[in-house]
Design a protein around this ligand. Structure first.
Ligand code: NAP
Length: 538
């Protein structure tokens, strides 16, 4: 029973990206009446929005695909080892068509609020256009990197040329020929954009604040002859993903960097540098991301690679990070990125030394000079993981606002539920392992765990679930202890919960579970097997 006039559903899902689509399918298969709200006019989430030039996977395509349907795996041929955004969006549209998902999705509907009713124990979800849905369960599938952030630089509205944030790229093709282009930001998005734009732009100015350690993607086409073998290997591919920390196809070398001779280290690093994908990040000696000296060995190797690839020593110096070791921020994978800086039409501006003062009508004004531009692209990142939650007015028991709670301190249980917000599940939410993962692999785990939990409740005639306070405290405390030891927390990035463009988010925040996917999965399974001892079920 509800006391509003909104249509009633068993579950309301916010978001029709990879997690929302699969969650809809699972709950529908469990016989539930489900409604999905989606801001965009199509499915795909990240892959719908991030249409910037050069956008593509950095996990192998066949390790990224949904694994739940053999038929789907068999019928889809990935064209490249790391698919570009158009191919991935086609794939997700194919999934939506195949499982007839669109009929339960309301597009062009940005959610403004989700309010829990203490009397009915149900959630009222409302979009900006006033449409509503009332659900017993609220499931957020809003993505960890969906709330994009513009830089806090004055004058952004004054620019007279064309400008976009990379996460709101136009749907029509854009030509860069004859154009003077500026890109602000050199994270994974900036790197992909820069290496593509540099091919045809008349001139490209890269505004870099802090360089990142980048490594080769080593992409390639998958030939028709390779397809059958690849498909046969799917069980082995997904098994490997389940066993590795971040569900990538690359496992660490299980010896210490200290036990290898300099020659042996060099040989391993060379091998990994030439391999496809994240091998160089997660396949090196197991202590590379735990021990400063072990990390320094690989850091020195990558720095030498940059010096070898960039002709001008001063530019090379500016491209080499000095404030963090290799791999302690997410590693952008590149294709001839460093060689871009050998081109006559490309200039690197180090805005750490020469800060941007303002955006002007003509371009970007640093302290030293004004850079005149026809187009300006903001690859300035996201208010990571909690940002998308902050943008919705989510209120739980007694009208308590989630944003107010999380502004004090982010606390969850299993990164999946929050005390005071009964029947709300946060897929790929804060303090979940899925944010530091080959994401569909962890999404499938999240969705299946939530679906099984809801099924357990239905089987046992239970209609309310909320974590116990002491379990939430314990989870958050242990997560902080674990993260405090991690090198990721020592450098600002969305992984350490920091974004210089968002007020109040300039200090490290503990919003990522760093114990790795296998351990996270085990804890979630134990919870279910114990009859959900960490939760109050009513
Ligand atoms: P990001 O890693 O947060 O990078 C944002 C960039 O903008 C940084 O270089 C940052 O500089 C710069 N920036 C921000 N504000 C600025 C300001 N006010 N002035 C000057 N520079 C400013 O964001 P992203 O590149 O969009 O990547 C986010 C994540 O998305 C990645 O880590 C990855 O997980 C994911 N991603 C994945 C792929 C893929 O291949 N699958 C592709 C793209 C992104 P500072 O470093 O100094 O803060």
């Amino acid at each position: 029973m509800s006391n509003n006039s909104a249509e009633q559903f068993d579950a309301v899902i916010i978001g029709a990206g990879i997690s929302g689509l699969y969650q809809l399918l699972k709950l529908r298969q469990q016989g539930m009446k489900v409604k999905v709200f989606e801001t965009g006019d199509g499915v795909g989430g990240t892959w719908y929005w991030n249409r910037y030039p050069g956008a593509r996977f950095d996990s192998e395509s066949y390790s990224y695909a949904y694994s739940f349907s053999e038929e789907l795996l068999d019928e889809w041929d990935w064209g490249e080892h790391f698919a570009g955004q158009p191919e991935t969006l086609r794939y997700l549209n194919h999934v939506a068509d195949k499982f007839d998902l669109r009929k339960d999705i309301q597009f062009n509907s940005k959610i403004k609020s989700a309010i829990y009713n203490d009397t009915t124990g149900r959630w009222l979800v409302e979009a900006e256009d006033g449409s509503q849905a009332d659900g017993q369960f609220l499931i957020t599938a809003i993505g960890p990197l969906s709330a994009f952030t513009m830089p806090n630089i004055p004058g952004i509205d004054d620019f007279k040329g064309e400008s976009w944030h990379t996460a709101r790229w136009p749907h029509e093709p854009i030509s860069f020929e004859g154009k003077r282009i500026g890109v602000i930001g050199t994270g994974a998005t900036g790197v992909q954009t820069i290496q593509e734009v540099a091919k045809t732009a008349k001139h490209l100015t890269v505004f870099q604040r802090r360089p990142n350690w980048c490594a080769p993607l080593n992409n390639g086409k998958i030939t028709a002859a390779e397809q059958p073998d690849l498909k046969k290997r799917y069980p082995e591919i997904f098994k490997t993903c389940l066993e590795t920390t971040g569900c990538f196809l690359h496992a660490p070398t299980m010896t210490s960097a200290h036990d290898a001779t300099p020659e042996e280290r060099e040989a391993l690093y060379e091998k990994l540098y030439a391999e496809r994908g994240f091998g160089i990040w997660v396949g090196a000696y197991y202590d590379t991301l735990m021990d400063e000296t072990a990390n320094q060995y690989l850091t020195d190797f990558i720095a030498n690679k940059i010096r070898g690839r960039v002709k001008d020593p001063e530019t090379a110096k500016n491209l080499i990070p000095v404030d963090h070791g290799f791999g302690t921020r997410r590693v952008p994978l590149e294709t001839k990125y460093y060689e871009v800086y050998n081109q006559d039409n490309v200039r690197l501006v180090n805005v750490k030394d020469d800060p941007i003062e303002t955006i002007t009508a003509k371009g970007v004004k640093t302290i030293a000079e004004e850079h005149e531009l026809d187009m300006l692209f903001y690859a300035t990142g996201f208010d990571g993981i909690t940002g998308a939650f902050d943008r919705i007015d989510i209120r739980g028991v007694n009208g308590v606002k989630l944003k107010d709670k999380w502004d004090e301190e982010v606390k969850t249980y299993l990164g999946m539920q929050i005390v005071g917000f009964p029947n709300m599940f946060t897929l790929v939410g804060p303090q979940n392992t899925a944010t530091l993962c080959n994401i569909p692999r962890c999404i499938e785990q999240n969705v299946e765990w939530v679906s099984d939990t809801i099924q357990y409740m239905r089987d046992n005639k239970l209609n309310k679930i909320e974590p116990k306070d002491q379990f939430q405290e314990k989870w958050t405390k242990e997560l902080i202890e674990m993260a405090s030891m991690s090198m990721f927390m020592k450098v600002p990035s969305w992984i350490s919960g920091q974004n210089s463009n968002v007020a109040g988010k300039d200090k490290p925040r503990y919003i990522v579970y760093m114990g790795g996917a296998p351990m996270y999965r085990e804890v979630c399974d134990q919870e279910a097997n114990s009859g959900y001892e960490g939760f109050n079920l009513a």
